[in-house]
Ligand binder design. Sequence first.
Ligand SMILES: Cc1ncc(COP(=O)(O)O)c(C=O)c1O
Length: 374
Amino acid sequence: MEENHHRFRPTWVEVSLASIAHNTRAFAAVARAKGVGLIAVVKADGYGHGALETAKTALAHGAQVLAVALPEEGAVLREHGIEAPILVMGAYVPGTVQAYQQYSLMATISDFDQLKAAAAEARSGRLAVHLKVDTGMGRLGVLPQHALALAQKAKETGNLEVVGVYSHLATADEVDDSFACHQIAVFEDILSDLEKHHVLPPMRHILNTAGLLRFDAGRTTMARVGLGLYGLYPAPHLKGLIELRPALTWKSRVATVKRVPAGTGVSYGQVYHTPKETTLATIPVGYADGFRRGLSGRAHVLIGGKKRPVLGRICMDQTIVDVGDDAVAPGDEVVLIGQQGNERIDADDWARWLDTINYEIICGVSARVPRVYR
Ligand SMILES: Cc1ncc(COP(=O)(O)O)c(C=O)c1O
């Protein structure tokens, strides 16, 4: 992401590239042990961490290929000099072949109409594609019984180079692994079938972060790892399988403090009143930054190494917290996600407060918050 040229407000995200490097090396080692390569998933601006910096770091520490969701995301990486192969995982949109060719991106073909459109549009030009098979996600891809026909039709086009075939696991992170194992078995059958008919492409992948940690690679040759690279676990029960380091820390600084009497109403709607005299600290961060309004009355932040509850409603650009009787001053560091002293707040805590998943939390830090790389 572009560095913000005008930085006056003291609210920022620190991204530890050393942590991303550590996590990448850890997954690359698991992948190597299972005989597969590593695709670093850097869509959604590297899950909020910055796609370019994450991509460079991941490639330098064991990833061979990158994956994004949109051709736009691939184009930005190319414009910044990334030369590694890039897979666009979103479905091919007819009429967009030029973007794939200009930026040398691999397309995802997930049905017969996309195949027809891509082949017609590519004309004599080369277009590298991965075929997508739906083994149980119910999202992109042809059903297993059509996988061979898709591969054979792709070959007949003459101008589409099928370099990959892949599928996506719907439940890889769940304690009960039966459905994931079923999907993997279905995918393995498809790979056997493709091989028998001489249309087995070199890049074959189904395992994501949780999948790579838990399952054998079979005939697959790559794994697509996203969340783990950023140091987070898809589910708590996977924590014992690998040691990861969270890469994202979100900080701010106290804007102002004020001593208020008991009964003071705080923020929009005055839904909170101080039960006793206390000190309020106002923090220059709000829901426009991704400090979601749903955290009102649930979240805390860290100031002076202690948990400080958010009072009343989070505003668009500001938030009020209770610092009690402690000596807190304007300019004091605030940690929204990360470590301060002996205390920590993780994306997992936010996910619990918001009844969502850590993926959504890190992707949700808005572009208004500058990223600083360490
Ligand atoms: C198709 C596909 N592959 C791989 C990934 C990476 O998954 P994870 O972040 O769980 O490793 C995603 C993420 O949503 C995805 O949509």
